[in-house]
Write a new protein. Structure first.
Length: 48
């Protein structure tokens, strides 16, 4: 299953979303996450 995370306004919101994504991955390894973020935050998401 694919999940789209949309966080376009704040780097803090992006960073605070990471633990929820990790928990979801741990409990549902079939999930695939895509992100829609400001271009300036894309590098942070790519490292995660």
């Amino acid at each position: 299953m694919k999940v789209l995370i949309v966080k376009t306004s704040s780097m803090g919101d992006v960073i605070h979303t990471f633990p929820a994504v990790e928990d979801a991955r741990r409990h549902r390894p079939d999930l695939t996450f895509d992100w829609c973020v400001e271009e300036a935050f894309a590098g942070i998401v790519a490292l995660h």
